[in-house]
Design a protein around this ligand. Structure first.
Ligand code: GTP
Ligand code: SPV
Ligand code: MN
Length: 584
């Protein structure tokens, strides 16, 4: 009798008809072989072996450089279960539409079977997935981002408890690209893209969209969150998880080089993008990082903004769509102040400033997590780490102060549900347009977001020690468009304020939107910031917030009567307080 996994692989092979099937074991030798195939098919290049040993540059199709949300679907029997924020197709309709694109898609090509574990191998919270793909780049990237091979097969045995994911690059034409999720049968089909979140199916497709559905059924949470440990002067480590939309600073916060290191504050990385959170017997939420690598944004990374990242990516790294120096090294905007001479751009052409950026704005590095100097000794703790605080944040040029604390769980859920951010290059479409991105999960929630909000509210009731909830904004600008806050390593000052709030030593001012630091309760020594800038960063303007509330109400209308009553309560409460503070 074939195992359920063997039966599924057979079924997929008879549909896609590959010439050869390769079962991946996750070994170093296999990684070398996959890299060899990437080099051979002309999509990838070896970088300078002296300065970047075992590092490669992969150039993707120029139409395939970011997640494509418009062709990403949640396929549930009832449309209602996908909710108003997801694209929906009925499961059979979706399969009938996409099956012809997969029919014979691997003819003359190799099919890689990638069994993988999401989560620390020994963790009760870990889950198995299997991705079948016809891309060596995807298979090699999965080897960095997840735990591949024996470890997964041993865990699975003859069980059918795995999330199958069928991936083919197809012809890369965006018109024939579909990223389909079938949460009711925990199945993923992806065709027409080789890009990260579209193609590395363990990441957004499984660990967020399918996992968020499973988590709600099983009593846990799957969130678009980094996980970090903040060590204080007494050596105690406090764990926090933060949700920011794509390309809004998760990796950089998780891997931060603390500006308050001399004062005894240090940041340890547990995860940079996804958290699986389970209520523990002690009433705290425990987080594990389901991933084993970082798929990070290259532009803006340098030795001033983040030496931990820079150190991590000098070996065993796959770079995607960065520029190439004459010296065979990777380059991207912001790496050095002045671009080096004779750059080759991300498309493989000689670069000149007139051609736009040399590296694609969403160019990325794929690197093993253990290579970060900041990796936490507990990053693979099977039990996870207890979370004391949730942080939500986005890119807001105006309005949102540097930081505020919610007055309680219900208000915190409201702050998270109304999160908004200016869009980035991580997804195709306009950049810099404000959009609501609740919990930074708009593109990743695998079910109806009204139910998701309700589930968040319920979690708060279930936990005896729910995390405190904060909101941050590193991206506020002054009238001339400059960032008011230096960001990066200086963000530790905001984390310290949170720590001080939790032990009761930091002051806060009550405002209609929450608890904002008094300027003196923030540790700002050593920062060259004018009093004006600090005040600008912490300002809460009632009339601007009243206008914001109108946008929130319009957004909430999408959910009609299904929106939890508690969120209307919060909107009304804040509206009232804004009104009285503006007449006061
Ligand atoms: P995804 O991987 O897409 O989920 O992104 P992310 O949330 O991990 O964002 P990341 O840390 O990669 O940062 C995205 C971009 O924002 C990069 O260009 C960073 O250089 C920049 N950035 C990160 N943190 C800060 C900050 O504190 N201030 C400013 N001004 N820019 C930042
Ligand atoms: C994001 O877009 O949030 C990412 C990159 O982390 S991707 O893997 O493409 O989703
Ligand atoms: Mn992300």
């Amino acid at each position: 009798m074939p195992t359920p996994l063997e039966a599924w692989v057979d079924e997929v092979a008879s549909l896609t008809r590959p010439e050869k099937i390769d079962w991946c074991d996750g070994s170093a030798a296999e990684h070398e072989r996959l890299i060899g195939e990437m080099l051979q098919d002309g999509s990838s290049f070896r970088l300078n072996e002296r300065t970047y040993p075992r590092c490669y540059l992969h150039r993707s199709d120029t139409r395939d450089v970011a997640r494509t949300e418009q062709v990403t679907f949640i396929c549930t029997r009832n449309r209602r279960d996908a909710g108003p924020t997801n694209n929906w197709m009925a499961p059979e309709e979706a399969k009938d539409k996409v099956r012809p694109l997969l029919d014979g898609a691997m003819k003359g090509r190799k099919m890689y079977v990638v069994p993988y574990v999401m989560g620390p191998a020994e963790s009760p919270y870990a889950r198995v997935g299997v991705e079948v793909t016809d891309s060596a780049y995807v298979a090699a990237s999965m080897g960095i981002m997840t735990r591949v091979g024996r470890v997964a097969l041993d865990r699975l045995g003859r069980s059918d408890e795995f999330v199958p994911g069928l991936h083919s690059i197809g012809d890369l034409d965006p018109e024939r690209r579909f990223i389909l999720h079938f949460p009711e049968e925990k199945l993923i089909w992806s065709v027409g893209s080789g890009y990260g979140g579209n193609a590395l199916l363990g990441k957004k497709c499984f660990a967020l969209r399918i996992a968020s559905w499973m988590a709600r059924q099983q009593g846990w949470m799957a969130e678009h969150m980094l996980i970090l440990g903040l060590e204080g002067p007494d050596g105690r480590v406090t764990y926090m998880a933060a949700a920011f939309p794509s390309a809004c600073g998760k990796t950089n916060l998780a891997m931060m080089v603390s500006a308050l290191e001399e004062e005894g504050y240090r940041v340890w990385t547990v995860g940079d993008d996804i958290a699986w959170l389970h209520p523990g017997p002690d009433g705290y939420l425990y987080a594990v990082n389901p991933e084993a690598g970082f798929f990070g944004v290259a532009p803006g990374t340098n030795t001033r903004t983040n030496t931990n990242v820079m150190e991590a990516l000098h070996q065993n790294t796959i770079f995607t769509n960065v520029a190439l120096t004459a010296n065979g090294e990777p380059w991207w905007e912001g790496l050095t102040e002045v671009p080096p001479e004779n750059l080759t751009d991300w498309k493989g052409k000689p670069w000149s400033p007139a051609n736009g950026p040399a590296a694609h704005p969403n160019s990325r590095y794929t690197v093993p997590a253990r290579q970060s100097p900041s990796i936490s000794p507990r990053w693979e703790d099977p039990a996870g780490v207890p979370i004391s605080a949730f942080i939500f944040g986005g890119r807001r040029a105006r309005l949102e102060p540097l930081v505020y604390e919610a007055t309680g769980w219900q208000h915190g859920v409201y702050a998270a549900a109304t999160l908004a951010s200016e869009t980035t290059a991580a997804a195709t479409g306009d950049v810099g347009v404000l959009r609501r991105d609740p919990m930074a999960m708009l593109p990743f929630c695998g079910y109806n977001m009204a139910d998701y909000f309700g589930y968040w509210l319920e979690m708060g009731r279930r936990l005896t020690h729910p995390p405190r909830i904060f909101h941050v904004n590193w991206f506020r600008r002054d009238d001339s468009g400059r960032f008011l806050w230096p960001g990066f390593g200086e963000n530790v000052r905001v984390l310290k304020w949170m720590l001080d709030r939790m032990d009761g030593s930091a002051e806060a001012r009550e405002t209609p939107i929450g608890l904002v630091p008094s300027a003196s309760s923030l540790t700002l020594d050593g920062l060259k910031m004018s009093r004006e800038s600090v005040e600008g960063l912490l300002r809460v303007d009632p009339s601007d917030w009243a206008a914001e509330l109108d946008l929130v109400k319009a957004f909430f209308e999408k959910f009609g009567a299904e929106l939890p009553r508690e969120l209307h309560e919060e909107t009304d409460r804040i509206a009232k307080q804004l009104h009285s503070s503006s007449v006061a």
